[in-house]
Design a protein around this ligand. Sequence first.
Ligand code: A3P
Length: 323
Amino acid sequence: GSENFNEMRKKYKEMISTLPKRMPHHPLYDFYQYEGFWYYSGYLEAALCMQQSFNPQPSDIFLCSAPKTGTTWLKALTFSIITRHDDDFTNNPLLTKVPHDCIPFLEVDFLSNPKIVDTVGLSLLATHLPYTILPKSVSHNCKIIYICREPKDTFVSWWHFIQKIEAKITKTPLVTLDEESMFKLFCQGKSGYGPYWDHVLGYWKASVERPDRVFFLKYEDLKEDTLGYVKKLADFMDKPFSKEEQDLGVPQEIVARCDFESLSNLEVNKSGMHRPETTQEISNNVFFRKGKIGDWKNYLTEDMAKLIDDITHDKFQSSGLTF
Ligand code: A3P
């Protein structure tokens, strides 16, 4: 019952307060290290509770990613694939809600509604949690789609994102954070759900072991052949496009609707708010910046680029994974 649940939360809260801590970028949350990864306290608490009492359906599909790697886009594409039969798209929730508000986000939604999976009636759920902390009920029973991105572009995207959040919460105009220190923290793995490289490796290994259950996708590959991947994603999700749908160009339509220009130009994504009046409140437009490959060239010095590349090389060299 809820009493046990509250007991469990209390127990985990206490445990978390004993973990290594650092000052967060997000002024509202403490930031802790647990089993190799850095988390905001509330998200870690949710993850630990979910390990005990989260029971998804085996048919549920989990969209997993580290922040700033293409989560918004992946949500839009998979949500479109799943809802394509519902209407002719004129009433699709993606037209009036940012993709993040179309799909439950485990770390936030589970604590406020532990029955989230039973009630949403959608088989898609999303999380930024690393593979190793996922509840076994997810990693053992459910399909996973993971998206990742070239580390330098991921850093640059994260850097912009944090600046915007920081400026909003501190109610100050956009201040340039000390890029140097943000950069060092990212390289040391002290970014949300970081180290970024270990996040990628966890899912990569799982996808190598069980390719039928874990679909591993790179942002760059998705850009290169969006249509091809939309078809592959639909197959993986057991929602393949019929011959008729293919003839009608349904996969092409989904690609076009979820394209950076189309999505970012929807009124809701230009002026709407994500989770208004909560601590997660954020303007939807913060999720859409440039959507380009290689934007790091405009921000990183040669030395910075080399440092990230060296880490990437060291971390990934024996894995077979390259960027
Ligand atoms: P940039 O900051 O490089 O522009 P996430 O969704 O995981 O938070 O990642 C955000 C990144 O994805 C941002 O990258 C954002 O612009 C980009 N993005 C958002 N929607 C996209 C889309 N439909 N197609 C391609 N990239 C998109």
